[in-house]
Design a protein around this ligand. Structure first.
Ligand SMILES: NC(=O)c1ccc[n+]([C@@H]2O[C@H](COP(=O)([O-])OP(=O)(O)OC[C@H]3O[C@@H](n4cnc5c(N)ncnc54)[C@H](O)[C@@H]3O)[C@@H](O)[C@H]2O)c1
Length: 337
């Protein structure tokens, strides 16, 4: 299938990688983004990629809650990849109303406009945060959701909006629950950014990294290229109804493991300081991605070593002083975005 794809949040970390991949695959791509966290520089290569692969690239600056902007954005699309959200648990705790409005309200608007325009496929960027502190690891999609932050609540509500439209046979919806995504272009700017982006930015700047707690807590890190591959398959596969799928590597990696591997890449010790565990940080998180394998034929293709190498190659060119520790701890229980 070739056609026009709308990527909301296309100027962000994951969205901009998706835009590049879609253009290389020969799609026409339209981005709707308000640049609240996304950056124009992430889309710097889009026009050239479109020209090289015979496609078109269009950028619409606007808010996903705007009916007017969204109506224009979905017009003529074969699929909507809806990534725009307040993608931060901490931000959601600070401003739950805005988070609900953007992350859930924006999805309601996007689904409604997509249905009105006859768009057959809707892919939602959801999150493992919907599981909260699940007792059983790895988590499967049938685990009862326990959203523990306004961010997680909004993602779960967004999934339900997609499911309702799919149940009414208005479109096919795929809700992808991303685990801890990492890779080039991830913003390391806050104390609550993904641990890999924070560690790499600090190491590139020659600054110490901050480890919260004992560092033995584990996460399921999945490379951005693999996440984009899952989204592409969710656009292309013949599907109907709603599919809710975990997108994670399935491998538990501790924070200290990440640091050890970073030291190998840097070629020497990375100075570290330990700070108290952040209130409510969960201990372990790991995906069972069997359903994504079954439904999408998806497997994470990148090794952790290979993904880290590509990520480090990017960060070492862009040293950024890391956020200082000591900002108020997040009261929510999920570290995931
Ligand atoms: N990065 C992860 O580890 C991770 C994990 C789980 C889920 N997700 C989800 O994946 C999606 C992309 O995340 P990301 O890490 O690339 O974050 P990001 O902040 O880099 O991207 C979000 C994009 O949405 C845009 N945006 C925000 N509010 C908007 C609005 N009202 N109107 C239009 N555009 C708006 C931002 O400007 C940005 O470009 C999000 O939905 C996030 O919740 C990410």
């Amino acid at each position: 299938m070739v056609g026009l794809i709308l990527v909301t949040g296309g100027a962000g970390f994951i969205g901009s990688h998706l835009v590049d991949t879609l253009l290389i695959a020969g799609y026409d791509v339209r981005v709707l983004d308000d640049f609240s966290t996304g950056k124009k520089e992430n889309l710097r290569g889009a026009e050239a990629l479109a020209a090289a692969h015979g496609g078109h690239f269009q950028l619409i600056a606007g808010d996903v809650r705007s009916e007017f902007k969204m109506r224009d954005a979905v017009d003529g699309c074969a699929a909507v990849c809806h990534l725009a959200a307040v993608a931060s648990v901490t931000q959601s705790l600070a401003d739950p109303v805005d988070t609900g409005s953007v992350t859930h309200g924006g999805t309601v608007n996007a689904v409604r406009m997509a249905v009105d325009a006859g768009v057959p496929r809707f892919v939602l960027a959801s999150s493992c945060a919907v599981y909260g502190d699940a007792a059983q690891q790895p988590v499967v999609e049938t685990s009862a959701p326990q959203p523990l932050s306004p961010y997680a609540e909004a993602k779960l509500a967004a999934e339900q909006t997609c499911a309702a439209a799919a149940d009414a046979a208005q479109l096919a919806a795929v809700c992808l629950r991303f685990f801890n995504v990492y890779g080039p272009r991830q913003d390391p700017g806050s104390e609550y950014s993904g641990v890999i982006s924070r560690f790499m930015a600090a190491a590139a700047a020659g600054a110490p990294v901050t480890v919260y707690g004992d560092g033995h807590q584990t996460r399921d890190f999945v490379y951005v290229g693999d996440v984009v591959d899952a989204i592409l398959r969710a656009v292309q596969r013949p599907l109907s109804g709603v599919s809710v799928l975990n997108v994670g590597s399935g491998a538990p990696t501790s924070v200290l493991d990440v640091l050890g591997r970073l030291e190998e890449l840097v070629g020497g010790p990375v100075p570290r300081r330990f700070a108290g565990a952040r209130a409510g940080d969960i201990r372990d998180s790991r995906a069972d991605a069997g359903r994504a394998r079954w439904v999408l034929g998806w497997e994470p293709g990148e090794t952790f070593a290979g993904g880290l190498e590509q990520t480090w190659a990017w960060y070492r060119e862009r040293p950024v002083e890391p956020a200082a520790p000591g900002a108020p701890a997040a009261p929510g229980r999920s570290p995931h975005v």
